[in-house]
Design a protein around this ligand. Structure first.
Ligand code: COA
Length: 373
């Protein structure tokens, strides 16, 4: 094999896979998901419909959609046995560490682990989508010594998930907003976590192993971890009139502002951020929190004026979570739970057209050293 010559740090601009799942069409400002525009999907169908689309390549009919939701609800693994394991974990636990541990443990309960054919892997995917809301919400509440809310298969997926976390009955508008947020996070081509899952599955490791790696990747603050930092910043600033001076001060100290910039959308808006901005506007009025909306807009305008940077999804998702009453520690874990939809599709695609990932390096270390005389 010829020695490769080109080195692209961070694999920037490198095409690492062929995929029929999704594509960031930057020129047309569109996130293409199995042929549809992701924003269009968020406006018209449910998160579980998008899962169906991502996995099987087509949207379900109305009758199929209801059957599919029931199938996902019934696929939940024995979460009552898994959730108490959180008591064994150390004091520095972040809820992403819980998810990383829990995904790994769920694999030991899945009857199909070790079976790599597509039908068995889809069944594993259904169990993950069916189980993770309860694992996350119940684990969190148990850890906080709050009453654990049982999963209610009769509720729609997003409403059930939200209710298990907050203990509060969501309004129809809140449940819909959360469902749209899950869709916004469901799939996004080849971010670091999806690449991590594909790299792991290219060894024919199982789905749970691939997703355990993906959740570890997503915890990083240059990736999923940004949404929690955004909310802490918004709470710290508090007043729209203070926003610009706050950002100027941090930028002068060469600090990064979480929720801005994106490897692919560096010079244009992230369509998902604009969707969440709209959702935030709709929630803020009834919640009496127009000030929070204005604070976010002030930040968006100031960052554009100061750095020419646009907000990414995490910037506007954070205040949406906040108005829905979701605890900040759960923002990034929810991103992962939603992204399982896309990750399972990518792992399946990797299995179906597999080529082991094994790149080369440009060696910069010493040579010719000798041991002994
Ligand atoms: N705050 C301040 N400056 C930023 C910035 C941010 N959030 N994002 C990018 N920049 C600046 C960099 O300082 C750099 O400026 P310079 O050329 O003057 O040095 C320039 O923009 C390019 O940044 P770079 O880090 O090379 O781009 P990247 O493609 O590696 O970065 C991110 C992409 C997402 C890692 C980066 O935008 C970032 O750190 N954002 C904050 C974290 C975040 O919100 N992540 C969620 C992504 S969905």
């Amino acid at each position: 094999m010829a020695e490769p010559e080109e080195y692209r740090p961070g694999l920037e601009g490198v095409i690492a896979a062929e995929t029929a799942i999704s594509y960031l069409d930057v020129a047309h400002e569109e996130i293409v998901v199995r042929g549809y525009n992701l924003i269009d999907l968020a406006e018209h169908v449910s998160y579980l419909d998008v899962v169906h689309l991502l996995w099987y390549g087509r949207l379900p009919s109305a009758a199929e959609s209801a059957r599919w939701a029931a199938e996902i609800a019934a696929a939940r693994l024995d979460t009552e046995r898994i959730v108490p394991l959180i008591d064994q974990l150390g004091p520095g636990l972040h809820m992403m560490d819980w998810l990383r541990t829990a995904v790994s443990v769920l694999g030991t309960w899945d009857p199909d682990v070790g079976q790599e054919d597509a039908a068995h892997v889809w069944a594993q995917g259904r169990r993950l989508v069916g189980s993770l809301p309860a694992v996350l919400a119940q684990g969190y509440r148990r850890r906080q010594l709050l009453p654990v809310i049982p999963s209610d298969p009769a509720r729609p997926y997003a409403a059930n998930f939200l209710h298990m976390m907050t203990g509060r009955e969501p309004s129809a508008a809140e449940a819909r907003a959360f469902d749209q947020l899950l869709i916004a996070y469901s799939e996004h081509e080849m971010p670091n976590s999806t690449f991590a899952a594909r790299v792991i599955s290219s060894t024919l490791a199982d789905l749970y192993g691939a997703l355990t790696g993906a959740v570890a990747s997503l915890k990083g603050r240059l990736h999923g971890g940004a949404n929690e930092a955004v909310m802490r910043m918004l709470l710290e600033v508090g007043d729209p009139a203070r926003m610009r001076a706050y950002l100027e001060d941090r930028l002068a100290r060469k600090e990064r502002i979480m929720g801005f910039g994106h490897r692919v959308y560096m010079r244009q808006p992230d369509p998902r951020a604009m969707l969440m901005k709209q959702v935030l506007a709709e929630l803020a009025g009834p919640a009496g929190r127009q000030d929070l909306y204005e604070l976010c807009v002030a930040g968006e305008e100031a960052m554009y004026a100061l750095k020419g940077l646009y907000p990414n999804l995490d910037y506007y998702a954070a205040p949406v979570y906040y108005l829905l009453g979701v605890p900040i520690e759960l923002y990034t874990p929810i991103f992962f739970v939603a992204r399982v939809a896309g990750l399972v599709a990518h792992v399946q695609e990797q299995y179906a057209h597999n080529r082991l990932f094994r790149p080369r390096v440009r060696y910069t270390g010493p040579r010719g050293l000798r041991v002994g005389p």
